[in-house]
Write a protein that binds this ligand. Sequence first.
Ligand code: S3P
Length: 435
Amino acid sequence: MRLRVKPARTLQGEVEVPGDKSISHRALMIGAIAEGETVIENFLAGEDCLATLACLRALGVGITGPEAGRVRVKGRGLHGLTEPADILDAKNSGTTMRLLLGILAGQPFFSVITGDASLRRRPMGRVVRPLRAMGAQIMARAGGELAPLAVSGGGLKSIEFASPVASAQVKSAVLLAGLYAAGETVVTEPALSRDHTERMLALFGAPVRRDGLSVAVRGGPVLKAVPVRVPGDISSAAFLLVAACIVPDAAVTVKGVGLNPTRTGILDVLQAMGARIEVKVRDAGPEPWGDVTVYSGALRGTEVGGELIPRLIDEIPVLTVAAAYAAGETVIRDAAELKYKESNRLRTMAVELARLGADVEELPDGLVIRGGKPLKGTMVESYGDHRVAMALAVAGLAAAGETVVQDAGAINVSFPGFVAALTRLGAAVDTEILA
Ligand code: S3P
């Protein structure tokens, strides 16, 4: 699939974005090992979460839906999963693979998990090492680094794990394995990453304890099914919010979007760049959400690094687009993790924005974008990375002439309805299905 993006004269109106990807994955997984039926509303029916759903079915979990955003998960309890008859396929989804590895590590059976070519290149040693330390047997390519991974789990012991990366996937994998270990498992991270797992485990009744950058869970809890309403995904909203910043005379409201403070770094940075943003919190929790309105206006460059990075890790591709349209220099540091996403996002955004005429320099751990050069539409490449595809489409809305985003089908990984949302706001984006 290819997108043809024309310059937008304006963007106006209210939209909703699909359910949060991270929360949708967790609701399925935690629902699967809880007792009772978990009903999930506003579930993200994107390819990543559907991969999780299929893996859980293969582990014996009865799941109906998604139908009109609703999924019913018949929980099997902590010890009710069954050995899968075939290889589990996480497709393009790092969250599916890493979080499921945590659960599989606790199971007294054999399982194998793999994914698509992109996921088979991504680092898994970061979860394999702590899970092995807990007692799971895991074999994988490249000495335990690359999928496919084969797991013989069970008989885990708790650990205190200091994660070298601020990664919610690593933290979550260890916490989920910790449910199966005797005693208390503690994970400490160098900066706070998204905390959806710990919030949801607590909601389902697990004894979770937070102390600064450490979070602990005690093994053997009874998890009790709880209804989950998934807020809109702020990572999807970010594309529309940046679009509203850079297109003239725009006023866009994204309704019902998740506002968990571990995810709202993009709002802070856009505000620091001079964007006019109004946030109306409508519900404080357990996962806060509300409405966000953005008006177009002149942006200026900024510096982004340190503890802010995990709070906007998935928004950096579209942030580079905002930076290209801002006056002055934007420097992004401490973001080497972007090399290990669905594509090497430092490289892919540097190369593709440069094709559009932006001045971008790649650093070992970030990017320098010297903004304000006029961008000109051309043919750009997504590398099969959903967020790169959407970021480049947003760049095209404020570029001169037509921008063609190739290989854009990956958008369905996280934001089915992306083109429809932009169209509803007044943009002209055509989808071309290629034979
Ligand atoms: C996610 C965590 C982040 C993020 C990913 C989703 C999650 O990855 O980039 O899109 O749901 O836990 P890392 O934990 O690898 O940083």
